[in-house]
Design a protein around this ligand. Structure first.
Ligand code: ZN
Length: 332
């Protein structure tokens, strides 16, 4: 069984073909990063327009790489949300048109569940139950994946997502966009000399709050520049990242222990950050908890993960009613 998956929630136009054995036959990504870089962030209007320009070529490339035609496709998977509404609309309209004109069923997929599913295409033997730690540009979640279609949300961000905090701190440090990877590199050369706040919230909470930390970093930089003091960017990056990691590690390991899970699977763009992985791995060793992360090509937005989640949903509940609409604020 094959699904053709379409992802256009933000700044990547992606179409993939995935089978029901977790194999990715093609995963084409037309990225817009170079365009948005000029503006220091994603410009929604430009993103929508570029999705329209790229989507037909992306479809042709995905089919030809998989050596399949639309006749071989059993159903279409498409990202319904969350994301930028205009960007989502391009993918959803395109998917519906393809489905209706070729008489193929369609499945509406939650983008964040797609991120979680990216670990299934990377670790073919991964099975629930486990803890999913989702860290992306717009969202942070700790989920207990009890079964493929039964996920319990333990915690989420109350303000800035982890990726958002990384990008904003990178911007004030003047290290470009997207800043997450650059910030990690910079942090490696620094020392944790600044005591930025660790926000754990209530004692039992699994929620995150990174906005206070971000503000503390900005205040530190502003105060130093007012006093004409030299800022050691490497040390700021290292101290910021340490504060983020301490909170992520404490909450994720506590979640795994309390829920009696032996695996934590990280996903989302931030799961590319090896420093976070290493810290989790070290903390997990004491409790026999294994840490997994997806292959780099499945960490940022891609349609293969949408196809994998579509496959899980289709097997469980069959096709979606085609009258579904794009949902920019879709929750998990
Ligand atoms: Zn994403």
């Amino acid at each position: 069984m094959y699904t053709l998956a379409i992802e256009t929630s933000c700044d990547e136009t992606s179409i993939a073909i995935v089978d029901d054995n977790r194999n990715v036959l093609s995963n084409i990504i037309a990225t817009q990063i170079a365009t948005h870089k000029e503006y220091g962030g994603v410009v929604p209007e430009i993103a929508s327009r570029m999705h329209i320009e790229a989507i037909n070529m992306t479809l042709d490339a995905a089919l030809s790489e998989a050596k399949l035609t639309l006749k071989d496709i059993d159903f279409i998977s498409v990202t319904q949300g969350p994301g930028l509404v205009g960007a989502l609309l391009v993918g959803v309209s395109f998917a519906k048109a393809l489905a209706v004109s070729n008489d193929i069923p369609i499945v509406a997929v939650n983008h964040m569940r797609g991120h979680i599913a990216s670990n299934y295409i990377t670790h073919k033997s991964l099975e629930p139950p486990y803890i999913a730690l989702v860290l992306s540009g717009g969202h942070s979640y700790i989920m207990d994946v009890i079964d493929y279609n039964h996920l319990v949300k333990l915690g989420e961000t109350r303000d800035d997502a982890a990726g958002e905090a990384y990008d904003k701190v990178a911007r004030v440090l003047g290290i470009g966009y997207p800043g997450g990877a650059e910030l990690e590199k910079l942090a490696k050369k620094g020392r944790p000399t600044i005591d930025f706040p660790r926000v754990y919230l209530e004692k039992d909470s699994y929620d995150f709050s990174f906005s206070g930390l971000k503000t503390a970093v900005i205040n530190y930089i502003n105060t130093a520049s007012m006093k004409n003091e030299k800022i050691i960017k490497e040390d700021v990056a290292c101290s910021f990242q340490d504060a983020v990691i301490d909170v992520i590690v404490e909450k994720s390991i506590r979640a795994a222990r309390n829920r009696n899970r032996k695996i934590i699977a990280i996903s989302g763009g931030v799961s590319n950050n090896r420093t976070i992985f290493e810290a989790l791995k070290k903390a997990g060793e004491a409790y026999d908890i294994e840490i997994l992360y997806p292959l780099a090509k499945f960490t940022s937005d891609n349609a293969a993960m949408i196809g994998e989640e579509g496959m899980i949903k289709f097997k469980h509940e069959g096709p979606s009613d085609i009258r579904f609409i794009a949902d920019p604020n879709m929750g998990l």
